[in-house]
Design a protein around this ligand. Structure first.
Ligand code: NAD
Length: 416
C-alpha cells in the first residue's frame, strides 16, 4: 500500500468532497458541517482470550451525518481499523446513502483486531462487549450497524443478541443477519449483485460487451466472491482473482465453480491448479476490460496507476484509489466508477431488511433483486447524466448528487 504519507484517508476523501462542494458553491458553514463527523466514540473492548489472558481491543463507532435519517454503516474487524479509517468510511456512507436516495445518514464502526487469528468464542465475546459499549448510541431509529470487512452474518447475530438482552428482541438493530433471525434473502449477494448491475449499465453506455469481457477481481470475500460468481454467470471471462494470500491468473479464463471448490477445500484461492500465481500488486496490472478492486483501501496509488491496463475500473471496495491515482487514471482516460455507487447494493438491501423487520414482512428473492436493480439503475443513470451535463468524472458526479441532497435536507431541517 503506497499512499501520500502527508494525507490521511479522511483527508483524501475530503479532496473528493471539496471538489463537489466547490462546484455546488456550498456556504462555508454548511461545508464545515458536512465535512466533519457529528459524533465519534472510541471504546475499550476487553476480551477473555481462550488461553485465559485478557486482551483489550480498541473499537469505534462514528456517526458522520444524520440529516437524512438514522445513521447506517458497517462494522469492520481489521488490524488496521483506526479512527481515521472509520471516519473515512463513515463519510462515504453519508454520500452513498444520499446518492442511492435511502432515508439514512452515514456511520461506520470498527474494532482493531485480526479476526482471522481469533477463535469463534473470542470473536463472539469481542462482538458482545463492543456492542454493549456502543449500545447507547445505536437504535432502530438512531443507528443501524451491518457487516463489513472481517465481519459477517454470524457477527450480526451476536450483535443483535447482545442488544436484545438489554432492549428485548430487536432484529432491526442490525442488518446482514442470518435469514432465520430476520435477515433478508439476497443480502449476502447484494453488494456483488449491485456491482454487476452497474457494470452492465456502464458497458451498455460504453458499447463494451459484458459477455466475454475479461474481469479481474481483487478480494474474494463477501463482495469479491459474489462479484466473481455473478459476473461469470453473465458470461464474463474471469481472468484474475485474489485474496490476502495472493492472486491467480489465467488469460484463457478461470473455471469459477472449480475455484469456489478449491477455496472451500484449502481456504484460499492461491494454489488453484492450472492458473499462474501472481502477487496482489501484479494482479492489478493485468490487461483486462473490467478491473474490480473488492478488498481494502488505497490499493491503486501514484506508483501503480500509470501501469494499470484495464479499460474501466469499478470500485467495489471502499476508497481503493487514492486521489493522486484518480488524477493519473483520469488523465489516461480510464473511466472509474466510484465506490459510493458501485458497492451501494449492500446498503440498499440492508434498507430492505430493516424495512422488513419494522413491518414484520418477508420478501421473496425475486422482489429483492428487482427492487435492487431499480435503485441501482436509477442511481447509475443519475450519475451518468450528471457527468455528461457537467463535463466531469463519474466520481465527481456521484459526490455532487450525494452532497447536494444532504445539503438540501440540512437546510430544510433548519440545523443552521
Ligand atoms: P471480507 O472480509 O468478506 O473479504 C475481504 C477479502 O479481501 C478477503 O478475500 C481477504 O482475503 C481479502 N483481503 C484482505 N486484505 C487484503 C489485502 N491486503 N490484499 C488483498 N486482498 C485482501 O470483506 P467484504 O465484506 O467483502 O469487503 C470488501 C470491501 O468491500 C471493503 O472495502 C468493504 O468496505 C467493501 N464493502 C463491503 C460491503 C458488504 O456488504 N460486505 C458493502 C459495501 C462495501
Amino acid at each position: 500500500m503506497i499512499a501520500n504519507p502527508t494525507l490521511s484517508t479522511f483527508d483524501e476523501t475530503n479532496i473528493f468532497f471539496d471538489r463537489a462542494a466547490d462546484r455546488l458553491k456550498l456556504a462555508d458553514g454548511v461545508r464545515e458541517l458536512l465535512r466533519r463527523p457529528w459524533r465519534e466514540l472510541t471504546v475499550s473492548v476487553p476480551v477473555r482470550m481462550d488461553d485465559g489472558r485478557i486482551e483489550v481491543f480498541t473499537g469505534y463507532r462514528i456517526q458522520h451525518n444524520g440529516a437524512r435519517g438514522p445513521y447506517k454503516g458497517g462494522v469492520r474487524f481489521h488490524p488496521a481499523a483506526n479512527l481515521d479509517e472509520v471516519r473515512t468510511l463513515a463519510s462515504l456512507m453519508t454520500w452513498k446513502t444520499a446518492l442511492v436516495d435511502l432515508p439514512y445518514g452515514g456511520a461506520k464502526g470498527g474494532v482493531q483486531c485480526d479476526p482471522y487469528k481469533m477463535s469463534q468464542g473470542e470473536l463472539n465475546r469481542l462482538t458482545r462487549r463492543y456492542t454493549i459499549n456502543i449500545e447507547h448510541l445505536i437504535g432502530i431509529t438512531r443507528d443501524i450497524p451491518a457487516p463489513d470487512l472481517g465481519t459477517n452474518s454470524q457477527t450480526m447475530a451476536w450483535m443483535m443478541d447482545a442488544y436484545s438482552q438489554i432492549h428485548g428482541y430487536t432484529p432491526g438493530i442490525v442488518t446482514g443477519k442470518p435469514v432465520e433471525l430476520g435477515g433478508s434473502v439476497g443480502r449476502d449477494s447484494a453488494t456483488g449483485r449491485g456491482v454487476v448491475y452497474v457494470m452492465t449499465e456502464m458497458a451498455k453506455d460504453m458499447r463494451m460487451s459484458v459477455e466475454g469481457g475479461r474481469v479481474v477481481v481483487q478480494g474474494f470475500g463477501q463482495v469479491g466472491s459474489w462479484t466473481v460468481r455473478l459476473a461469470s454467470e453473465m458470461g464474463c471471462n474471469i481472468v484474475g482473482v485474489s485474496d490476502i494470500s495472493g492472486a491467480v491468473y489465467s488469460p484463457s479464463g478461470i473455471d469459477v465453480d472449480r475455484l469456489f471448490r478449491h477455496k472451500q477445500e484449502t481456504g484460499t484461492v492461491t494454489g488453484f491448479p492450472g492458473a499462474d500465481r501472481l502477487t496482489n500488486e501484479e494482479l492489478l496490472e493485468i490487461e483486462c476490460d473490467f478491473l474490480i478492486p473488492a478488498a481494502i483501501e488505497r490499493v491503486i496509488h501514484a506508483k501503480n496507476a500509470p501501469k494499470i491496463k484495464a479499460a474501466v475500473i469499478l470500485e467495489a471496495a471502499n476508497h481503493p484509489i487514492t486521489p493522486e491515482a484518480d488524477e493519473i487514471l483520469n488523465d489516461r482516460g480510464i473511466p472509474i466508477m466510484p465506490d459510493i455507487l458501485v458497492n451501494a447494493g449492500g446498503v440498499v438491501v440492508s434498507y430492505f431488511e430493516w424495512s422488513q423487520n419494522l413491518y414484520q414482512q418477508h420478501w421473496e428473492a425475486d422482489r429483492v433483486s428487482e427492487e435492487l436493480s431499480k435503485i441501482m439503475t436509477r442511481a447509475y443513470g443519475a450519475v451518468r447524466d450528471t457527468k455528461k451535463r457537467e463535463g466531469i468524472t463519474y466520481r465527481e458526479a456521484a459526490f455532487l448528487i450525494g452532497i447536494k441532497r444532504v445539503a438540501h435536507v440540512t437546510e430544510l431541517r433548519g440545523f443552521i
